[in-house]
Design a protein around this ligand. Sequence first.
Ligand code: CU
Length: 493
Amino acid sequence: MDRRTFLKAGGAGTFLAAAGLAWAQTRSNPLPIFPLNDVTGGFDERIQLNLNAAAHDFGSGAASKTLGINSNYLGQVLRVKQGQTLPFDVVNGIGEVTTIHWHGLHIPGDVDGGPHQEIEPGHTWAPDVPIRQNAATTWFHSHMHGKTAEQVYKGLAGLMLIEDDASMSADLPQTYGVDDFTIVLQDKVFDDDGTMSYFLNGETFEDGFLGDTLVINGTIAPAVQNVPSGLIRLRILNACNARFLTLKMAHGPLTVIASDGGFLASAVETEDLIISPGERYEVLVDMSTLETNSLTVASFPGYGRLFRLLAQFINEQIPETSVLTLSRTGEKGFTGSMPRRLANLSPARADEAKVTREFTLNMGESDELATLAANWGNFCGEGMGMGINGQPMKMDRIDQRARLGQTELWKIAAEEEIHPFHVHGCSFRILRQESHDTVSYAQGWKDMVPVQNGKAEILVRFDHEAPDHAPYMYHCHILEHEDCGMMGQFTVS
Ligand SMILES: [Cu+2]
């Protein structure tokens, strides 16, 4: 057995163990609702984001060492409005250097919060962040190169709900914490003493860190939430470091109304929704008649070669776990009906592209890649290397130069495995995924595309500048892959 085969076998062992585990505890916790900081009506002073080192009980009874933003774990939900320029004071109190990247925002490179905008411990980063894009569910998180995976895992992430005039007057549930819920899904490992653990070895670098316990809004699943009758809106973020999730309702379909970059053209009904690390989807669930309904999560059985092979034999045992039970009260809630038309979305036209770029996501195999990755300051397992087009991330190298306002066609391929590819500074449209039809709920505005078995093609355009000293990133959103060098840099001018 060579090293990789051995690592793969190790990965399968962990997976088999996880498959036999009850992912969930037996009792349900109340769904934690993140405090809402709603500045859509304006703000009097700078918006303070305090990054803290803290302790948090996930429901295991033990306090885990965590990171949080104005909170002990994860952060407030910020609700902001198109047209605002948000004056942030991001105060680094976590005791080590970090950055905060605004994931999904169309903003200039010098306020993007990528790995070049380091915040030293005790220092404050004060970017003015212009919100010019349409309504969307976005998030922000550490992008400290080499530490992103660990810092995000520990909780350095929060949500930003961008609204606009259309979204605020739309006939949709939008009463926060009543019929409009922000849902953050993560997978964790807990030690026997109930504390959260994070460790890295060849396997966790290769597959990314996969937990065996699902956590929803910072509490061990399942959670329960009382809701009024009518439509319930769930804005869902997959904030796992590496795990793809398949979401379903116990009864009836999910109605998808928005993806990463905003509303779909029209609502899409689906039995299951695949959500990759970093992706967001907004769904509606009809609670007019059911007493209870549950959001269930299974691990997407497409991950890894051996995983797929094994999945054929043990597919039945992959636990489909309830993460959130909605329980209908007597109250009357949102009385509108399922929407049909949601937004004007012009068709994505490949013939508008002036430039074509090709990317291949590389991992593991060559010693050369591992040596380069290590030499250029990436954080990898021993002997491991990752890169894009044969090049691991290098902080002082610009890989691509794009022109402002020009439409481009990007073709992305993966050597092996599946990788959720993310591009900074924009939303894009998925044109095609060679291996399979692009699911209809992924045909709106996106900033993530899963890449596996053949090329994924996206149509992208940048409307803000990113200079050499503050370039944008494109990278795999399996955070251990990103830290290991599956990332590149580009300017826009
Ligand atoms: Cu990857």
